[in-house]
Design a protein around this ligand. Structure first.
Ligand code: ISL
Ligand code: CA
Length: 555
């Protein structure tokens, strides 16, 4: 079947259901809450939703620990609610991308419950159980959330591997039965009408069956034995052949530590594996060694270099994803040198800068109104398992609490998980009950309702941007060219397609910056398509004001 590559001209909106909208006032967002807000998503103009996991789960990692892949989490509703949700989405021409978490299950999944009790269980080899060595863990691998990657299992006196929390045991794809189970789960959801999958940590699923000792590393000891592992491409091709492609399902693979040399092996169309990737290099420009808690001063030149590299090297080869936020990252406003004093300008500038690149744009819930990091006061305000684990582990390592707390306030995943700010009523209109996590105090000034009313709001800017980008050949297919490469404050790039151009100019500083139009554009007919200040006149030479952003069309 010829693939319909609709995602190349789609804006995708990520919903983190726990914090989106609570319909029954138990303080937890749910599926009926999502249904209530679908008209809002149509108003925004998006084409698809990526829904973070809603499967049955004990919620150790908010749904990224699945105990039943074929049913819905009690907190969120029922399978019937879900069926209603997808049909209401499709009615509005909104596609649904589900989260596919198949590197690990919950320890409360039936497979694992049976496996851990009995060495002869048929499920035993679905996971990695190993004997300890001389009273020590089976190897030296460490977990993504800090600490080692093994948990003792008293019933069978051995250990099991978990790259995330101990309630997320890793699946063993060296056992072909695991692959069969997973394909059948994927086909189950495709039969129910799902349009695609965001594949959680998909590049980790092929692990060396011998689980060899890892080389020393600042983080993720052992990664050379599972990151882009030996059989990963066979596995992905098999999923493509026997599941995704049969339903024309779109896929985006989350790929931690991906580099631009390796990415094509996953996303070249003729390889028939994944359609696109979420990469992290641009999110790691303000940390050291890809470890977000090792904070590093933001420098625009580093960001430009990374974005340009991915734009250049993937052009005509593979498809990028464009994002600045998701449920694992802190909010973008206040990051990347933007300041809260310039809230609206900063939000609009960041959106302009990222969404005219080539790739599929993603908006994380709340980003479109410029939601900010959580205003957490004490450690009790944090709920995220990773945050709590990092605190525990770093305390054990003797790292001063003051340093860790500072890093947590800035970088904890909970920063993006505070409830969606719908209006200025109690609890921001998210719930009439007590929200599961603290709501930001600024909901009285930052909320959807006010943003709808104010024609200069961040939300209305996003709507305009989305409509400009739609069906625009230059943005979809144009070649990327960077200008002002050495500039520390300006990010300037153009896109060109069939002798038509788009030029994007963004000021990442709170000072005026001089801009002179490049010679090649002078004498061309120009039009300003989008700007975050409203008195935009001259193009040939002007001062860009703090966080100013402009998009021009030339022919
Ligand atoms: O968030 C991170 C570090 O703070 C990342 O390393 C993150 O763990 C990594 O990107 C994998 O994320 C995905 O899988 C995790 C889950 O906790 C995340 O929410 C999910 O996006 C395990 O399923
Ligand atoms: Ca609820």
């Amino acid at each position: 079947m010829e693939r319909n590559r609709w995602y190349k001209d789609a804006f995708i909106y990520q919903i983190y259901p726990r914090s989106f909208k609570d319909s029954n006032d138990d303080g937890i967002g749910d599926i009926k809450g999502i249904i209530e807000k679908l008209d809002y998503l149509s108003f925004l103009g998006i084409d698809a939703v990526w829904l973070s996991p809603v499967y049955k789960s004990p919620n150790d990692d908010n749904g990224y620990d699945i105990s039943d892949y074929r049913d819905i989490m009690d907190d969120f509703g029922t399978l019937d609610d879900w069926k209603l949700m997808i049909s209401e989405m499709h009615k509005r021409n909104i596609r649904l991308i589900m989260d596919l978490v198949i590197n690990h299950t919950s320890d409360e999944h039936e497979w694992f419950k049976k496996a851990r009790k009995d060495v002869n269980s048929p499920y035993r080899n679905y996971y990695f159980f190993r004997k300890g060595i001389n009273g020590k863990k089976p190897n030296n691998w460490t977990s993504f959330f800090g600490g080692d990657a093994w948990e003792y299992n008293p019933d069978t006196d051995d250990y099991y591997l978990h790259l995330f929390t101990k309630k997320q045991p890793d699946l063993n794809y060296n056992n072909p039965k695991v692959m069969e189970e997973i394909k059948s789960i994927i086909n189950y959801w495709l039969e129910l009408g799902v349009d695609g999958f965001r594949c959680d940590v998909i590049t980790l699923i092929s692990k060396d069956k011998d689980l060899p000792k890892g080389k020393w590393n600042v983080a993720l000891v052992g990664k050379e034995h599972y990151l882009n592992g030996k059989h990963i491409h066979e596995y992905l091709h098999e999923l493509y052949r026997d599941a995704f492609s049969k339903y024309n399902a779109m896929t985006v693979g989350e790929s931690v530590l991906m580099d631009v040399e390796t990415a094509p092996y996953y996303v070249k169309e003729e390889r028939e594996e994944l359609d696109s990737l979420f990469t992290f290099e641009h999110m790691d420009v303000d940390n050291f060694f890809g470890v977000k808690y090792l904070m590093r001063k933001f420098k625009l030149k580093r960001l430009k270099k990374v974005l340009s590299k991915w734009q250049d090297k993937m052009y005509g080869i593979g498809w990028n994803s464009l994002y600045l936020e998701n449920h694992d990252q802190p909010r973008s406003i206040g990051r990347f040198n933007t300041k809260l004093e310039y809230h609206d300008l900063g939000c609009k500038m960041l959106a302009t800068m990222i969404y005219f690149l080539q790739g599929t744009p993603y908006i994380y819930q709340g980003q479109e109104i410029g939601m900010t990091n959580g205003d957490f006061k004490t450690i009790e305000d944090f709920k995220d398992t990773e945050t709590l684990n990092i605190l525990k582990v770093s305390r054990k390592m003797g790292i001063p609490k003051s340093y860790i707390m500072k890093a947590i306030f800035k970088r904890s995943r909970d920063n993006a998980r505070t409830p969606m700010q719908w209006d200025n009523s109690a609890n921001a209109g998210f719930s009439k009950g007590t929200p599961w996590i603290k709501i930001n105090d600024n909901y009285k000034s930052i909320n959807v309702q006010d943003n709808i009313k104010n024609k200069n709001s961040v939300l209305n800017y996003y709507r305009k941007l989305i409509s400009i980008r739609k069906n625009n050949d230059i943005v979809i297919n144009g070649k990327y060219v960077e200008h002002y490469k050495q500039d520390k404050n300006l990010y300037v790039y153009s896109r060109v397609y069939n002798d038509k151009y788009i030029l994007v100019i963004s000021n990442f500083s709170d000072k005026n910056q001089k801009f002179d139009l490049m010679d090649e554009f002078k004498n061309k007919k120009s039009e300003c398509l989008l700007a975050n200040y409203d008195d935009v006149v001259d193009i040939n030479s002007f001062l860009l004001r703090p966080y100013e952003a402009r998009v021009y069309y030339f022919e």
